[in-house]
Design a protein around this ligand. Structure first.
Ligand SMILES: [Zn+2]
Ligand SMILES: [Zn+2]
Length: 241
């Protein structure tokens, strides 16, 4: 068995998804202890609405949430989007590392399982990818994480509820106003969706200004959902006034 494990490790080296350091043979795939210590997990003070880190607790909200009304109820972001997290997520998405998904999901649950339980979530869904992008990438990075969270928490998962009807430009390349315009009509609900009174958790990899989650939330609320929450792996620092 040990020999087999050793061979597997040679064929598929078990590396930390953050720093890419080789993990000892026979250990479960995981984020290494050093990265667990060094990753910037977002703590207080953070925006009461979107969960971005902010400078002071007094105002309570980041500038994005003060400037734009977000129709979702509340969201949680795990890590600050620094250089390590950025390169890990980009390897995950663009260099075909779907094996990172369970490790990301595990960390999200370590910190936010209780919050998800507290808000009586009835459905877990990913931010959908446009079919063209899905074909290119081979997987939806948010969907892999969403599915694992749903299994772990025994909450129904529905990746087909929302559809992305426009192949939007990457949000990171756009100004605040253009980000909003870019996604305003990008999503639609499937025709036979039955979401009346449901509390829905949307999963995404990176939360920026909230335009994408907000557009998804609008469509879901219009379709009869009760409250929309989101959870994301990483976010930037929230600007304060
Ligand atoms: Zn590491
Ligand atoms: Zn905010």
């Amino acid at each position: 068995m040990k020999v087999f494990e050793g061979m597997l490790n040679i064929l598929y080296p078990n590396r930390c998804p953050i720093c890419q350091k080789l993990l000892p043979i026979g250990t479960e795939p995981d984020i290494c202890e050093e990265c667990k210590d060094n990753l910037h997990v977002i703590g207080e003070p953070k925006c009461l609405k979107c969960g971005k880190p902010i400078d002071s607790k007094e105002i309570g909200y980041c500038l994005d949430c003060l400037r734009q009304k977000h129709v979702y109820e509340k969201g949680w972001c795990l890590w600050l989007y620094d250089a390590c997290v950025k390169s890990s997520i980009s390897r995950y998405k663009y260099h075909n590392q779907p094996c990172y998904a369970p490790l990301y999901a595990k960390e999200l649950l370590v910190y936010y399982k209780d919050e998800i339980l507290k808000h009586s979530i009835n459905r877990i869904i990913p931010v959908p990818l446009h079919s063209k992008k899905l074909k290119q990438r081979g997987f939806n990075q948010a969907a892999l994480i969403a599915e694992i969270i749903s299994k772990e928490m025994d909450i129904p998962y529905d990746p087909t509820l929302l559809r992305r009807i426009h192949d939007t430009k990457p949000q990171k390349a756009l100004t605040h106003k253009d980000r909003y315009r870019n996604v305003i009509s990008a999503f639609e609900l499937v025709e036979d969706a039955s979401i009346h009174n449901l509390n829905i958790l949307i999963v995404d990899d990176i939360y920026t200004t909230g335009s994408t989650i907000n557009s998804c939330a609008k469509v879901l609320l219009r379709g009869g959902a009760n409250k929309i929450f989101f959870i994301a792996l990483a976010t930037g620092k929230g600007l304060s006034i």
